[in-house]
Design a protein around this ligand. Structure first.
Ligand code: F6R
Length: 240
């Protein structure tokens, strides 16, 4: 369930290998990749492999994992801005209509959740999902106290998430809610990788590994998923 890699780069390469294998057998697979800092190296390597023709994204589909309510493409640090600038805009041949991403500025957020759910359902669920882990054990914006039977939904941000979020933005933003795929969709994904790198993730990785599934630490529910793995570098895996 936990795979340790010598470096963060080695872990990112291993994630890319999974994506490469998947797309070689299922060209129109549905992929979901978290925003945040952790997947940035993976995105860079996916772009490289796309440019060299090693991975063909022409038929691939992508769905967003989450977004800060109130933010859109114009805010650097929003999930949309990160995914488009670091990944989608750079993948060769990826069709824009194959991407379905949360609009954090949608007037009707419930409708926005339905739109995402329908996209996922139409593709028969998610084939591969790459998650990061929050300092509080959140996955996407599935915060402590999570309900595991939900699809896309609006979430009140946890206090830890609110403390940490300033690292993504140029100035302080008064964000209180997120919109996120739910644990039901995440757990139903055919392949799940939770990637954690760096010493600051060591404690939450240890806590997750040592704790039975509990809503207080959403990442512990990965133990209930058939095909979930934690990929950690030596720093993040130093306490386990
Ligand atoms: C971002 C997301 C979050 C992050 C998590 C880790 O789209 O869904 O759950 O994956 O907070 O963030 P980083 O990678 O910045 O440490």
């Amino acid at each position: 369930m936990l795979k340790k890699f010598k470096t963060d780069l080695a872990a990112a390469n291993a994630v890319c290998d999974r994506v490469e294998t998947l797309l070689s057998v299922k060209k129109d697979a549905l992929i979901c990749i978290a925003g945040g800092d952790t997947p940035l190296q993976t995105m860079q390597e996916l772009v490289r492999r796309s440019k060299t023709g090693q991975i063909d994204f022409r038929e691939a589909y992508f769905v967003g994992l989450d977004e800060w309510v109130g933010l859109g493409l114009e805010t650097p640090g929003s999930c949309r801005a990160t995914l488009f600038s670091q990944l989608f805009d750079k993948l060769i041949g990826l069709k824009k209509e194959h991407i379905c991403f949360f609009d954090g500025k949608a007037e009707d957020l419930a409708e926005e959740c339905d739109r995402i759910d329908q996209f996922v359902d139409k593709r028969g669920g998610i084939d591969f999902i790459l998650l990061g882990i929050g300092m509080n054990g959140h996955l996407g914006f599935n915060e402590p106290g999570v309900q595991i039977d939900l699809n896309a939904h609006v979430v009140e941000l946890d206090s830890v998430t609110k403390q940490v979020m300033s690292k993504y933005f140029e100035k302080d933003l008064p964000l209180t809610q997120g919109i996120s795929l739910g644990m039901k969709q995440i757990l139903a994904s055919k392949e799940i990788v939770v990637l954690a790198t760096g010493t600051k993730k060591a404690e939450i990785i240890q806590l997750t590994v040592e704790t039975e599934p509990t809503p207080q630490i959403p990442a512990t529910f990965m133990k209930k998923a058939k095909n979930a793995q934690f990929f950690v570098d030596e720093a993040a895996g130093s306490l386990v």
